[in-house]
Design a protein around this ligand. Structure first.
Ligand code: NOJ
Ligand code: CA
Length: 747
């Protein structure tokens, strides 16, 4: 009996002892964040995370399933990289530096972390066939494969990545699945978007984790009898390229809040030469697992050692504002790779754009041809349709408007041949990115713009025919050099060519970065629409000044966008980099152009608030010149506003409800304060304790009028001016769907 008990006790203690032997810990510099790593009994890499003593991530496994590679010499890919590891060694390190971004929320960014790198080894017996099987048996090898898992623990979260040193038994390998788990502690509230390999333009959803399946499946399943309601649909079947993959699949960045008030955000940093990560939820156990984007044959990533994965990031705080002020994702990216950044500049722009989006003008020049061949169709003799937006006269009008209103560039979409059948049939040769339509005099218009101190902003809609775009990329950039363009908006509408690839696969992620790197050689800034969601690569390549990569203002014209969308995106989409949200729609009543909706779901002043809440060095004043002229006193804010910052202070924030921020304009003593809220409205006291003591400032306050409402009275606003000083309090009331802005100029 006694013997049995001892044996039983020993059996119970064994895993604990094994765990203790392997366990490694690292804390954040302030001691609040604690990361534990250990190998479970069968050598399964496992980690946990806690914050101020509260569990944030329960024990979660790490590893990969590998694809069977028919080219492999030894059948090493029979063994996944999931378990049977031993801990060879572990290293810790501390790091603290302050660096200066080329542009952004702050002049100085502190990169301060403690690091743990665990060196894991997996050994196997492998048998290979002998050269002469009649005289020899199978050959036995003992092979070993090494993987390093690196954790960086910050005061506001942590990052982890896998590193694969160059080694005999792991040179080339193909990832079938990445199995990084994030085990949640409960059924948290979440702000999420349906996981999809090709679009990120769904409305943001707010629900418990346990409700995700219901919201996605009733939209995916046409037999569910569900009647689509555009205000709540998690899957709206209206995108030119769309591939949802799982009833519990969501995109990153995913924002959550626990019932006891912890904010948790999951995303990734430095996604290069790898596919974009989504998260799939096991909603019985509340465990997320990484879900990569496949290529055309179903593989996730092709790896060659030495190599590493992107960082998997977890932000944690008990204060929602820390989600917005965090620089963790930038810090996990490599320093700037460009020697000369003097040509990268903040850009306020307007453009020949909204009038096409609302259907008043067209991108295409003619309606005459059932199809076009850009090499053969003679546009010079084609009959113009009379609605072409990018014509000399109108572009000059936009240039004049920009020059008068302190906007440095004018985007012109639809300037080049090919738009007649651009978005159909998975067509290869849609554009050559060089041939203007007959009514767009590229030479004259650029000269005209330059004579007024304005530049034209190039547009390359690739129609997702990426091989075609790469074929012309160098010539297209040379054309920009020739005429003095220094920024390009690119677009990836439709299914990708090479056919079968997805927008967020490894192939496309390599393409987006290639385009940015090549652009840098020409001193060109890039603003890529429909490209993969950013992961902080703008630190390394600061000429990546913007991305759309989420549902932007254009959806106000296509369908409806709920007022809380713009107070969710800063918590989610903007974690990896700025968004070209294209706000500033002053004529919120769209009924003159279309009959399927009435107005933009924001007040006019709420549109101004977006410029501050969604920071970025490229901001569009998206409405038409004639609409701005109706509200010239409110346009003054766009004329005055800065878009690059020495400092940013979040005054209050709650995902999906409201955000208020004060930002100090780069290289000046001027401040700009802004707020945006959801359909509930919001009140906030802005204490001006960030101003310099003993100094006076002239404040111009743009507020929603008392009776303003995004649905019934969106254009009602009040502008007041007063002298303010440090310590004064501005009591602001934001209307439902509204916001406010204040410019505070040092006297
Ligand atoms: C989608 C982009 O988001 C939009 O801004 C652009 O006008 C169209 N594609 C055409 O390129
Ligand atoms: Ca809300």
């Amino acid at each position: 009996m006694k013997k049995t008990i001892i044996a039983l006790l020993a059996a119970c203690l064994m895993p604990l002892m094994a765990l203790a032997q392997n366990a490694q810990e690292v804390k954040s510099p302030d001691g609040n964040m604690l990361l534990k790593f250990y190998l479970e009994q069968n050598g399964k890499p496992t980690y946990e995370l806690s914050y101020k003593g509260k569990q944030v991530i329960k024990p979660s496994h790490l590893g990969f399933k590998l694809a069977k590679d028919k080219h492999a010499s030894m059948k090493m890919d029979e063994y996944d990289l999931l378990d049977e590891f031993t801990l060879y060694d572990a290293f810790t390190n501390s790091f603290d530096e302050t660096w200066q971004p080329v542009w952004g929320q702050y002049k100085n960014i502190r990169n301060h972390y403690n690091e743990l790198a665990v060196y894991l080894v997996q050994e196997h017996e492998v048998f290979t066939k002998p050269e002469n099987p009649t005289v020899e048996g199978l050959k036995r090898h003992v092979t070993k494969r090494d993987v390093i898992i690196r954790f960086r623990v910050y005061n506001d979260g942590m990052g982890l990545r896998y590193e694969f040193p160059q080694q005999e038994n792991l040179n080339y390998f193909i990832i079938k699945e990445e199995c990084t788990e994030f085990a949640m502690t409960g059924d948290h509230m979440a702000w999420w978007q349906t996981g999809d390999y090709d679009t990120q333009e769904y409305p943001m959803q707010q629900s418990r984790l346990s409700e995700i399946r219901g919201l996605i499946t009733r939209c995916i399943d046409p037999n569910s009898g569900y009647t689509p309601n555009k205000m709540t649909d998690a899957v709206v079947w209206d995108n030119a390229s769309q591939t949802p993959f799982s009833p519990t699949g969501v995109q990153t960045s995913l924002q959550m809040k626990t019932d006891d008030g912890l904010y948790i955000n999951l995303h990734e940093a430095a996604c290069t030469n790898y596919s974009t990560m989504h998260l799939n939820l096991d909603d019985k156990n509340m465990v997320f697992t990484s879900w990569l984007t496949p290529d055309a044959v179903g593989n996730m990533c092709y790896m060659q050692t030495p190599c590493q994965t992107p960082w998997r990031t977890v932000l944690v705080s008990d204060d929602a504002r820390d989600m917005l002020s965090s620089s963790l994702i930038l810090n996990l990216n490599e320093p700037c790779a460009l020697d000369d950044v003097s040509w990268i500049h903040p850009t306020k722009y307007c453009g020949v754009w909204w009038e096409m989006i609302v259907g008043r003008k067209s991108w295409n020049y003619t309606d005459e041809f059932p199809s076009v061949d850009i090499y053969k169709t003679d546009f010079s003799t084609a009959r113009p349709n009379g609605r072409h937006g990018a014509n000399n006269e109108d572009v000059k009008r936009y240039i004049d408007f920009a020059a008068r209103n302190n906007l440095s560039e004018v985007l012109v979409e639809g300037w080049n041949t090919g738009w007649e059948d651009w978005a159909c049939m998975w067509k290869y040769d849609v554009f050559d990115f060089q041939t203007p339509y007959p009514d767009f005099d590229i030479d004259m218009l650029n000269e005209y713009a330059h004579s007024k101190g304005v530049k034209l902003l190039m547009h390359h809609e690739t129609s997702s025919s990426v091989t075609n775009y790469e074929r012309y990329l160098e010539d297209a950039y040379k054309l920009m050099d020739k005429y003095g363009y220094d920024a390009v908006k690119t677009g990836y509408v439709g299914d990708i060519i090479p056919r079968g690839e997805h927008h967020y696969g490894q192939y496309m992620n390599n393409h987006y970065l290639h385009a940015v790197k090549e652009a840098a050689k020409h001193h060109i800034m890039v603003n890529a629409h429909e490209a993969t969601r950013p992961t902080g690569l703008c630190r390394t390549y600061p000429n990546l000044v913007g991305n759309e990569s989420a549902r932007g203002t254009e959806y106000e014209a296509f369908h409806l966008t709920k007022p809380d969308h713009t107070v969710v995106l800063p918590f989610t989409r903007l974690q990896g980099g700025p968004m070209d949200y294209t706000p500033g729609i002053f004529e919120t009543d769209l009924s003159q152009w279309s009959d399927n909706h009435n107005n933009v779901h924001s007040t006019l002043v709420g549109q101004l608030g977006i410029y501050l809440v969604m920071h970025g060095p490229l901001q569009m004043a998206a409405d038409l010149p004639e609409n701005y002229e109706k509200f010239d006193d409110a346009l003054q804010f766009i004329r005055d506003m800065a878009i690059d910052w020495d400092d940013s202070k979040y005054i209050d924030a709650e995902p999906g409800d409201y955000i208020t921020v004060a930002r100090k304009a780069k290289g000046t003593d001027n401040w700009f304060v802004g707020g945006k809220c959801d359909e509930q409205g919001h009140k906030v006291d802005v204490k001006l304790d960030f101003l310099d003591a003993g100094r006076k400032y002239e404040a111009t306050i743009y507020a929603d009028a008392k009776n303003a409402h995004y649905l019934t009275n969106p254009k009602a606003y009040v502008i007041t001016r007063k002298t303010v000083k440090k310590g004064d309090v501005l009591k602001m009331t934001e209307a439902p769907g509204g916001g406010f802005v204040v410019s505070i100029m040092a006297k």
